[in-house]
Ligand binder design. Structure first.
Ligand code: AMP
Ligand code: MG
Length: 352
């Protein structure tokens, strides 16, 4: 299949852009797939109410079919139409954070096919904060099922060229809307349990949710890497975000981290390996390796969220065999950053 790539700037949605989105919307109504930008990462969209579309999404990504998809809506009335009831907590959180990087899990009604929810009676729903995404949802009939637009297991795409790399020839269209704003997937909160529970950390932190709802809980399997329990979000049990080379996270005082990584890099390079280091703005100049990239500034962790997946992909482009990464503070948005980094490293973390 020929994949059409169209370019749309979110800040300049002219007539031509709207024409492009109409065409993309028609592709989705007809049961086809379109990759598109959101504020978190690029999504691979199909009609959420069409079981065949969901099957196509799983096939294009190579995603296990028990891993449910997030349904994207563009207004609150459409939300009420696909769930048994809209819980009070959902209204409060939507008021505070929608459109935005928060996914809420509710009890689905019969309109949502089990193909979309991986066989579950619950459905994950989000309203993205991106004008291209919102217009595409409207043009598609109101409900787009969209996981991240990458081959299953690879880092999520934050620029369109990595959607092209993973999905070209497998889907009808890719909308290139430039680099996304946030760079990590949405926070997922389950509202079907008595106390709302975070199933995946993201840009909206536990503290931000507590400020609106009072007490919430966190699925402990996502913060405790030694836990043997199954995560409550089916997708969290899979290997994820992995670059092609081996990645080790090194934590400790800055001087120790730098000298450990430099020693190990020297050894690996002497063995003929290509070595990459994930540094920060303050430390980038301290490393000696084939490729050293800063992932951002520790004083503003949103810069790190923004660059992390892109940097992991760039190391693949550079054919890096072994990577070392600094570690990050596990609070606030750092919790989401460390969750993704630990998965990318297969929990290979060294204290020095
Ligand atoms: P992705 O679309 O790649 O961002 O992944 C979506 C995530 O949402 C996966 O980890 C899914 O397991 C999770 N998810 C989607 N729907 C549900 C649901 N109904 N219950 C629990 N987790 C869900
Ligand atoms: Mg994903």
């Amino acid at each position: 299949m020929e994949t059409e790539v169209i370019v749309i700037e979110e800040s300049d949605m002219d007539e031509e852009a709207l024409e492009g989105l109409k065409k993309a919307g028609q592709i989705i109504r007809d049961g086809g797939l379109v990759a598109f930008p959101t504020e978190t990462v690029y999504g691979l969209g199909g009609d959420a109410l069409n079981p065949l579309s969901s099957k196509k999404i799983y096939a294009a990504k190579g995603r296990p079919s028990d891993n449910p998809l997030i349904v994207h809506v563009a207004n609150m009335d459409d939300l009420a139409d696909i769930v048994k009831e809209v819980p009070e907590a959902a209204r409060k959180l939507a008021d505070a954070f929608w459109p935005g990087p928060l996914t809420m899990i509710m009890n689905k009604n019969d309109k949502v096919p089990y193909e979309t929810t991986g066989g579950l009676d619950t459905v994950a729903i989000r309203m993205p904060n991106n004008k291209i995404a919102l217009e595409l949802i409207r043009q598609s009939g109101g409900y787009i099922a969209a996981p991240s637009a990458n081959t299953s297991g690879r880092p999520s795409p934050t620029v369109a060229r990595y959607c092209v790399e993973d999905l070209s020839g497998k889907i009808e269209m890719i909308i290139d809307g430039g680099q996304v704003g946030i760079g990590l997937e949405s926070t997922i909160v389950d509202l079907t349990s008595e106390v709302p529970m975070i199933l995946r950390p993201g840009y909206i932190t536990a503290q931000m949710l507590e400020d609106v709802l009072g007490k919430i809980s966190i699925d402990k399997t996502i913060i405790d890497s030694t836990s043997t329990e199954k995560p409550k979000a089916p997708g969290m049990k899979y290997k994820h975000y992995a670059p092609k080379g081996d990645l080790m996270i090194v934590q400790g005082a800055q001087d120790n981290v730098v000298s450990y990584i430099n020693d190990k890099s020297q050894q690996a390079m002497a063995e003929g390996k290509r070595v990459g280091v994930i540094a920060t703005d303050a430390t980038k100049a301290m490393y000696r390796a084939d490729v050293v990239k800063s992932v951002g500034n520790r004083e503003d962790e949103s810069t790190i969220a923004h660059e992390l997946f892109k940097v992991l992909r760039e190391f693949d482009d550079e054919q890096i065999d072994i990577m070392f990464s600094e570690s990050f503070d596990d609070s606030g948005i750092g919790q989401a950053i460390m969750n993704r980094l630990l998965k990318a490293a297969g929990h290979n973390i060294k204290s020095v």
